[in-house]
Design a protein around this ligand. Structure first.
Ligand code: BG6
Length: 496
């Protein structure tokens, strides 16, 4: 278990804290993973007593789908670990009270004043909170370890991400900073590393000699979920591509690290991100497609288009779908394109990484010239499948594609929430699954051209098809037709 510590959650009354963080902390605590000398200080701008906050948190736990089965008496005990402070994040008072909370925790538990500060707030508050903690000496580690967890989005473009990194570093050392990308907390994302580097049969094939291309898909069936305020500003490139998909890409494409430790892994991720050709602002149309969902049907029910969602501007040009082709300039991947796609209101929720191999050099049977595919299903139906050709029964030598399938539920264990894993890692001081400053920077460098081109020239047209760059796709379909052109003509997106 981690040393005695206090978890301080800024923005504790927000959606993320209610739906994900509190359930994750509760689950860890109930499993005995946080030790007994632990408490939580919620911080918000709303005036609330400790008792009111406790009620709020218990209700959140009962309502969240993510809460583990609650053992008898557990909630009552958990309740006693909770405290609340309120104030304006730009003023010193609130940080002063947080400091008093750490003093009290030390008196209660003994030990040092260890603290994990979790910034679960809108991004505009990251810098003021970090500065406030710094002003009151709360980043200083002389009385215990101090770490800061920063939620996404980390910046809104390359320049602002750099400014934010600079601002954070004026207060914290990089070793104290934990930038969250919850995809890295998913079991099956970690399994990608396990399978690549824990087996001998995959690595020899994992390169331009055998791989034709790679497809990374994160499709979501959900629409806006009442998040128009955030999403209108962010759009799909900032919401999913720059972070989650770039992380999946880096883990798929990186070289084997020398050891399974934070810096060895992050060094390799950075190396491959640096090898990616940044998307050229002037040629965006040839390597990327964006779209926005229109009205359509999901699972047989009519749903409104993006522009009809509450809070979205009538003429909004915010993309909800993006597909890109990345080229990696290194020895391993020269000439092997990586196609990434993600969007909202696609037919179903599925995240997968598919490594598509080259065709056999010669077809001596009818059929049988298909490309083999090794697919990592990140969610749902977590698992790994290998598609290859086999003889079909009968007199004739006719081949057909078959699938060998490993399902993660064969382990019989419930998958942990990514937030539990990441929270515990941060408490233990293990930064392996947290993107480092330079990773975030390179991921922004790659997508910057997209944002600049798309945000500078609304309404301009792609040269090739003459279609508007922001194509509509009906909710419940697999995105704009241009995405097929992007990957084609000899390749096609997997039908998932
Ligand atoms: C979040 C995005 O980071 O990831 C959401 O802000 C998206 O828009 C979510 O829905 C997807 O995460 P998951 O774990 O459900 O695949």
């Amino acid at each position: 278990a981690p040393e005695p510590a206090t978890l301080v959650i800024f923005g504790v009354t927000g959606d993320l804290a209610k739906r994900k963080l509190l359930p994750a902390v509760f689950g860890l605590w109930q499993d005995g993973l946080l030790g007994s000398a632990f408490n939580i200080v919620g911080v918000g701008r709303q005036d609330m007593t400790d008792e009111a906050f406790r009620d709020f948190a218990i209700t959140a736990l009962k309502e969240s789908k993510e809460t583990d089965a609650i053992l008898p008496g557990s909630l009552e005990k958990f309740r006693e670990l909770l405290y609340y402070e309120f104030g304006e994040f730009g003023e010193d008072d609130v940080y002063d009270r947080v400091r008093t909370e750490l003093d009290r925790a030390e008196e209660e538990h003994g030990g040092r004043k260890n603290a994990l500060f979790y910034l679960s707030t809108p991004p505009s508050l990251f810098e003021p909170i970090s500065n406030g903690l710094g002003r009151l000496g709360l980043a200083d580690e002389s009385e215990g370890w101090r770490r800061i967890v920063i939620e996404k989005p980390f910046g809104r473009d390359l320049a602002s991400a750099r400014e934010l990194n600079d601002a954070i570093h004026r207060v914290w050392d990089e070793s104290q900073v934990y930038r969250i990308d919850h995809y890295l907390g998913k079991e099956t994302v970690q399994n990608l590393m396990a399978i690549r580097f824990g087996n001998a049969i995959f690595e020899p094939l994992w390169n331009r000699g055998y791989v034709d291309h790679v497809q990374i898909t994160a499709s979501e069936d959900l629409g806006l979920e009442g998040r128009a305020g955030y999403y209108e500003e962010a759009g799909v490139v900032r919401d999913m591509l720059q972070n989650h998909l770039m992380q999946l890409f880096a883990l798929t494409a990186m070289e084997a690290p020398a050891a399974f430790d934070a810096d060895a892994i992050r060094d390799e991720k950075v190396k491959v991100l640096r090898a990616v050709k940044p998307i050229p602002k002037g040629r965006v149309g040839s390597v990327a497609v964006r779209g926005q969902y229109g009205a359509g049907a999901m699972y047989g029910e009519k749903v409104p288009g993006y522009r009809q969602e509450p809070g979205v501007k009538t003429g909004s040009r915010t993309p909800t779908y993006v597909a890109v082709k990345l080229e990696v300039d290194n020895w391993r991947w020269q000439g092997v394109p990586f196609f990434l796609r993600t969007g909202k209101r696609l037919p179903k929720k599925v995240t997968e990484i598919a490594v598509v191999f080259k065709r056999p050099p010669l077809g001596i049977f009818p059929g049988g010239l298909e490309r083999n595919v090794l697919a990592f299903r990140i969610q749902p139906d977590e698992g790994v499948s290998l598609k290859f050709s086999s003889k079909t029964p009968g007199q004739e030598m006719v081949l057909r594609e078959v699938v060998m399938d490993f399902r993660y539920d064969a382990f019989g264990a419930q998958l942990e929430s990514p937030y539990s894993r990441l929270l515990l890692d941060a408490m233990l001081g293990d930064a392996t699954l947290f993107p480092r400053e330079d990773e975030v920077d390179h991921a922004w460098q790659i997508v910057s051209g997209l944002l600049e081109a798309w945000e500078a020239a609304p309404g301009s047209r792609t040269g090739k098809t003459g279609a508007p760059e922001l194509s509509n796709y009906a909710a419940g379909t697999w995105g704009p037709d241009e995405a097929e052109e992007l990957i084609g003509p000899d390749r096609r997106w997997r039908r998932l």
